[in-house]
Design a protein around this ligand. Structure first.
Ligand code: ZN
Length: 453
């Protein structure tokens, strides 16, 4: 029955339907849920019962940020020579041989490192897309790593089944048999998936992309996910090459391919969707198919500007994703919110996308895309995932509108982060796992990968 009271915040930005912003705000957390949101004066009667009081003067308090697309294993292949200036297909071909040398320890170390980076920048829920399983790697390695950091985790069991010899992109050594893929999906869903409100771990089914698995696997994955009641995730329409591949190989655009194989609906979310046309945006809006918008990655790989303004206006659920650290190199959701805003403005003008709207993508948008109505806003009864941002520090001091400043003049990191009411970050440092051991494990793996490269 631990009660935590966060009080005297400069502003609590609740991200609720009314867009409430409470000056001098406070939030009370109890038993993993938000107990109350209001002014500090309104919540003062709770102070006497609180096990902990967090003073938040000069801070903005928001829901924890939600990351809808990542490949955490890639955290050990940032800024890799030969991949820093490549576009998607060339970039993948440079990286596949390095990833093929990963062991379970490497995936664990990379996942820990990436989730620590996300937690320190205010992310309370991350999805992950692991689609290669060399040398005994399993999805379990990532789920165990997430438990050590303390953030919520939506692990998706990715896959590749069409190797180079069959006209696909990945080397044959990294592809799996389709029956083995489906059997392992069932294993990890049965072992780890928690469908309940407040779940810390969920599992999804996620063939890597239409260009690395067969039509049959896409269809069977959708059938399996629906049978098990879990979500579906993949990459779609990431760049012009991706669309050209779809037209040549399947004779249709990516959106049509997705629809034919059962890959539309509120239980599906697609990463990127940079090249969706009007018809596909309409399809996604009608079917409530989600999109993980990854602006940093899209810029890094020169993939283009996703039609986010049009998607949001049409009613497509849109969240933000940092994407894998090999195609973004950094993982910071406020940075992605800022980049999302900048890309829409450079395309459509200065009024095209507001800072608050970008912040909403990073919170409510992500919750909608990942099927988490229990998250994404500070509201009594919903889960207690809360970020406390110190706006009186160097990077943000000078901001007059602190909520807009969170996106336009973001702090270097989060000050405090609570997930399910438990502290994950306090005063800018990790609480549940020592920073030094995360770094040491990452260094060991990195040194081995470099030495064998
Ligand atoms: Zn990706």
């Amino acid at each position: 029955m631990a009660l935590t009271l966060i009080r005297n915040a400069a502003v609590v930005a609740a991200m609720d339907d009314a867009g409430s912003e409470i000056a001098g705000g406070a939030v009370a957390l109890r038993d993993g849920v938000v107990l109350a949101v209001g002014t500090t004066a309104e919540l003062t009667p709770l102070a006497g019962h609180a096990d902990e009081i967090v003073e938040a003067a000069g801070c903005v308090v928001t829901p924890g940020l939600i990351n809808t697309h990542h490949h955490l294993y890639q955290t050990l292949t940032r800024a890799l020579p030969g991949a820093t200036e490549a576009s998607l297909f060339g970039w993948l071909k440079r990286l596949y041989p390095v990833w093929a040398r990963y062991t379970p320890d490497d995936v664990f170390a990379a996942t820990q490192l990436g989730l620590a980076e996300l937690a320190l920048s205010g992310c309370s829920l991350s999805s992950d897309h692991l689609y290669l399983f060399p040398n005994g790697v399993t999805l379990d390695d990532t789920i165990h790593a997430a438990a050590g950091i303390g953030v919520r985790f939506h692990a998706t069991r990715g896959s590749m089944s069409v190797g180079e010899s069959a006209g696909g992109l990945p080397p044959d050594s990294l592809v799996e048999r389709e029956d083995a893929i489906l059997a392992d999906c069932i294993r990890v869903i049965d072992r780890f998936h928690d469908a309940a409100d407040g779940a810390m771990v969920r599992v999804g089914v996620a063939p890597c992309s239409p260009f690395s698995v067969s039509r049959e696997l896409m269809r069977d994955a959708a059938l399996l996910a629906r049978d098990k009641g879990v979500m579906l995730h993949t990459h779609l329409a990431e760049d012009a090459d991706d669309v050209a591949f779809s037209l040549e190989r399947f004779g249709c655009r990516p959106g049509q391919y997705a629809e034919e194989l059962g890959w539309t609906g509120p239980d599906v979310w697609h990463a990127h969707c940079v090249q969706l046309d009007h018809g596909e945006i309409d399809l996604f809006a009608r079917s409530k198919t989600g999109v993980a918008h990854c602006p940093g990655s899209n810029c890094r790989l020169g993939s283009g500007v996703a039609p986010v303004r049009a998607m949001v206006d049409a009613g497509v659920p849109v969240g933000l994703g940092v994407d894998g650290s090999a195609s973004n190199d950094t993982a910071n959701l406020l940075g992605e919110a800022r980049q999302a805003l900048l890309l829409q403005r450079v395309t459509h003008g200065a009024t095209a996308f507001a800072a608050r709207e970008a912040l909403r993508l990073a919170t409510r948008g992500g919750a909608a895309v990942l099927g988490r109505p229990d998250l994404g806003q500070l509201k009594p009864g919903l889960r207690a995932d809360v970020a406390v941002w110190d706006m009186a520090d160097i990077a943000s001091t000078g901001a007059w509108d602190l909520v807009a400043g969170l996106v336009l003049a973001p702090p270097v990191g989060v000050r405090d982060l609570f997930v399910e009411g438990r502290a994950v970050v306090r005063r800018g440092d990790l609480v549940q796992s020592p920073r030094a051991s995360i770094l040491a494990a990452a260094r060991r793996s990195l040194d081995r990968l470099i030495a064998t490269g």
